[in-house]
Design a protein around this ligand. Sequence first.
Ligand SMILES: Nc1ncnc2c1ncn2[C@@H]1O[C@H](COP(=O)(O)OP(=O)(O)OP(=O)(O)O)[C@@H](O)[C@H]1O
Ligand SMILES: [Mg+2]
Length: 360
Amino acid sequence: MALFSSKSEGMMGIDISSTGIKLVEIDKVRSGYELKSLAVVPLPRDAIVENTIIDSMAVSQALLDAIEVARPSTRNAAIAVSGNAVIIKTVPIATATEFELETQIEYEADQHVPYDIDDVYLDFQIQGESAEDPGSMDVVLVACKREVVEDYQLVLSEAGITAKCVDCAVFALENSAELTDEHSVIDTAAQVLPDEDAEVHALINIGANLININVLINGQMAFVRDQFYGGQNLTEEIQKEHGISYQAAEQMKLENFSGVNPEAIERFYVGLTSELVRSLDFYSANHAEFPVQKLLLSGGCSLIPGIATELEQRLGIEATVLRPFPSIQASSRKFDADYLDKIGPMLMMPIGLAMRGFDS
Ligand SMILES: Nc1ncnc2c1ncn2[C@@H]1O[C@H](COP(=O)(O)OP(=O)(O)OP(=O)(O)O)[C@@H](O)[C@H]1O
Ligand SMILES: [Mg+2]
């Protein structure tokens, strides 16, 4: 499911986020996928704030730089939206004919989307029979403000790129997570039943200022939430602790935290844990019978040494960092294997977007 998507031969996945642009192009090969091109280009700190493009010139320029570095074979892209502009809701809808379903969905969207329906892109997907409301179908509704999508399309078109697919960040993550051994592909037709065998995974992407959470029961989305917290908070803690500039603090962080007072890191973890607990509590309030068994981490903050162990201890739930390579093959002539291995968890989002080009 995507907010909109026009069928396209090959697309690159572009993650336009607060710290930079991540461009990934993959190919389908007999044994799975292969990395074709890659670029990670930083953005100035105020170019995108809380998911809103502030400096469109800087973003377009970074996109052009990414194209120059990656030299992709296409100018078609899949991008993602997340944060406050996106509304994702699962609603039970009494089984109806296709026509009735359409009217019913419009009605539900009107109830759940706090914007004028004409001002949003709307999509839906039928998940299957509702566990809570037998006789009804669970339908996932997705809406995103048109102006947000259009802002992204504009910066892309200034860099000669066409957005063929606009996805939700949490769905893109679901896609790439399925490639990894930690989140094996589950038959999505499987019913959600109160079953001790159910597999309950929380995909948690922690970026610089946004956490995208997606809890899946047997591969079916059960809860999604975006929260504003992330690596930026850690950099700010280091900045305060050592009385240095944001840039200097960021650098200390990226240079393996050398010289960083552990108290700054502790404060970040306290904040992060309380954000995650808040979301997981929300989830459990409606799904007490399906406790989360595993946290699957991605995003730049998953590169913080030891983060999985920290979260495991603080939340009491097993945690692992998702690594897309070597599930995705990469030629060692074109790419540095150590570099890919290191930044892989941060590329889960653009990889999930690039996979949209192969959706059947
Ligand atoms: N090796 C590392 N160690 C610690 N933190 C890191 C490392 N590499 C990146 N980060 C942090 O990860 C964050 C960037 O992650 P990511 O690229 O996922 O964010 P983003 O997608 O640009 O941001 P957002 O989605 O929140 O707008 C930054 O805060 C950065 O400092
Ligand atoms: Mg991001």
